[in-house]
Write a protein that binds this ligand. Structure first.
Ligand code: SF4
Length: 570
């Protein structure tokens, strides 16, 4: 006999007992993401609050009228740590605080009473007069510091708030500014360093960069974006503006019926959740670029996610929407007309750093030189301005690879200029390692840094030049040195990307070092349209002291095993 342990099956005729009624819950509302057009403009975090409380650009008046007169201690927190950025000012790191303490100290404990000041240089284009003014500011107010950044800016350090109004006066007298050099705004527009001069240029982007700059930089309607917004525009076939890691980018293309114009890319960015930009598949004429650029920025302003700052870049919206919806919203809500389909830009077959001597379209030459990891000084910049003028040039350009170009040099003056620049430590024929290494600011001045970068990279370059001088046929290998995971020097796009962190040495001591990413890169001829972000080599960490040993081992192994034409990434 079996014992029935379950209830008898209903017969279908008996009435079921009524179940007690459960309260009906309304469906849970999706958590707002802070998208202005979807969720309204109520601020969802403190950053959003301070941006709405007072126009960040208006802090300039307080700097000029109050803080520059009353000094550092008169600056309240939301201005000091927030709105100052809209004018290119960050407090710099207090000297002597090691990287192991970066995460444990409060931001105010890490900060000094001095500022990093970023001079915005759209397209990296400077006259020698402008260069001389920056050099003078560096010498007089920045203890001689000057770094060429991988976004074509120049950064100075040790600036006191008392000096800022005079610095602005001098910059603006020569047409330069620090407007929106940092902050949740359209940052400096990367532009081809050889715009208007290169022999093989397809289209000169100078007019569109100038138009965007004139119309929209400092426009209050674009001064409260969810986060930073990075732009890049080039007309050069080497695609020399790292367009794949910008929020919006225009690269040159020839349409079979419509002629020369641009291929539009959106949604690239590194740091948290690195992602290469994607093509929208449209063709944009030179005249349309400023409006299309404006449309993309407005999408970001209106639909970008503002709740969490680490999800606030345009790439997250693009990932959720996809390319088709993004294009549809751009065309229907912001432009009011469709854009024609367009072909992709051909893959580049030359490097885009423009180092060396190159003939211009007018028969003169430009000379591209490599300071080690972008580090120069006020003194050097002043000498470059003098030297350029002595050789008949009045124009210089900065590149997204921390390099410097002198334009418009007559053939017979080229070698004299090359020698003069070389004497300043600016090499037109650098070693592969000097040419292909970049480094971020690092612990010397950056409050987020965990390790030192500039000096470490510079001594690694010297050491590698010595150790690997015997490899005469070496393929260029890029080395990007970063002081923390934020990837300002593009960790994931280098052959060897280095992310600063505290690591254990052989004796079990915690020392400055790097996590290694291998095989990154951007779209280039050897890897198809995919591009590629570096793989983290799990568990592979090197101490800063071991860096040259490690790079030497990797390079020698690659050189011994590579097949003809093989690049480091593949
Ligand atoms: Fe600072 Fe990190 Fe950016 Fe380097 S990568 S400049 S250490 S935030």
């Amino acid at each position: 006999m079996t014992t029935q342990t379950t209830a008898p099956a209903p017969t279908g005729t008996a009435e079921r007992p009524a179940r007690p009624e459960r309260p009906v819950r309304p469906p849970r509302a999706a958590r707002p993401n802070g998208q202005w057009k979807v969720d309204g403009t109520t601020p969802l975090n403190h950053n959003e609050e301070f941006k709405q409380e007072s126009d960040p650009l208006a802090v300039r008046e307080r700097i000029e009228q109050v803080y520059a007169r009353e000094g550092f201690d008169s600056i309240p927190g939301d201005d000091l740590h927030g709105r100052f950025r809209w004018w290119g000012l960050y407090t710099q790191r207090k000297p002597g605080i090691d990287g192991g303490r970066t995460a444990t100290l409060e931001p105010h404990e890490l900060e000094d009473r001095y500022f990093m000041l970023r001079v915005r240089i759209d397209g990296g284009a400077l006259t020698t007069d402008q260069l001389r003014v920056i050099a003078g500011i560096s010498t007089e107010f920045g203890r001689g510091t000057a770094d060429i950044t991988d976004r074509q800016n120049i950064q100075l350090h040790w600036v006191e708030v008392e000096s800022v109004p005079e610095i602005w006066r001098r910059l603006e007298a020569v047409g330069l500014s620090t407007t929106e050099a940092c902050g949740d705004v359209p940052r400096v527009i990367l532009g081809s360093p050889v715009a208007g001069v290169a022999k093989d240029e397809l289209i000169d982007p100078t007019p569109v960069i100038e138009t965007i700059q004139r119309r929209y930089i400092g426009d209050p309607s674009l001064a409260n974006l969810p986060r930073k917004f990075k732009s890049a525009i080039t007309g050069h076939p080497s695609l020399d503006v790292v367009h794949e890691i910008n929020d919006v980018a225009f690269v040159p293309v020839v349409h079979p019926e419509l002629g020369v114009g641009y291929d539009l890319w959106v949604g690239g960015g590194l740091s948290t959740a690195p992602r290469l930009a994607e093509r929208l598949g449209v063709f944009v004429t030179q005249e349309q670029v400023p409006d299309v650029w404006h449309g993309v920025v407005q999408i970001f302003r209106d639909y970008g996610y503002r709740r969490l700052r680490n999800k606030a870049r345009l790439k997250f919206l693009l990932a959720d929407w996809g390319v088709e919806r993004f294009r549809e919203v751009l065309e229907s809500e912001y432009l009011g007309h469709p854009l024609p389909d367009g072909p992709p830009a051909p893959l580049p077959d030359t490097p885009g750093d423009h180092v060396g001597v190159h003939e211009q379209k007018d028969g003169r030459f430009y000379v591209g030189v490599a300071p080690a990891v972008g580090r120069v000084s006020g003194e050097i910049l002043a000498k470059v301005a003098d030297l350029a003028e002595e050789h008949g040039s009045h124009r210089v350009r900065l590149t997204p690879y921390q390099k410097l170009l002198v334009l418009d040099v007559e053939a017979e003056k080229v070698e004299s200029l090359v020698a003069g620049l070389d004497a300043l430590g600016l090499q037109a024929r650098p070693s592969l390692f000097r040419r292909n290494t970049i480094a971020c600011t690092g612990i010397e001045f950056c409050k987020l840094a965990i390790v030192e970068t500039k000096a470490t990279a510079t001594s690694a370059i010297a050491s590698l030049e010595e150790r690997l001088g015997d490899l005469t046929n070496l393929t260029p290998i890029t080395l990007n040195v970063n002081g923390c995971p934020n990837s300002c020097a593009r960790i994931q796009t280098a052959d060897i990307g280095l992310k600063g962190q505290i690591v254990m040495d052989d004796d079990g001591n915690q020392v400055p070092g790097f996590q290694v990413h291998l095989g990154g890169g951007l779209v280039s001829a050897d890897r198809g349209d995919e591009g590629g972000l570096g793989r983290t080599v799990r568990g592979l960490k090197v101490t800063a002291d071991e860096l040259p040993d490690y790079v030497e081992r990797v390079v020698r192994r690659f050189d011994a095993e590579r097949t003809d034409g093989e690049s480091f990434a593949h």
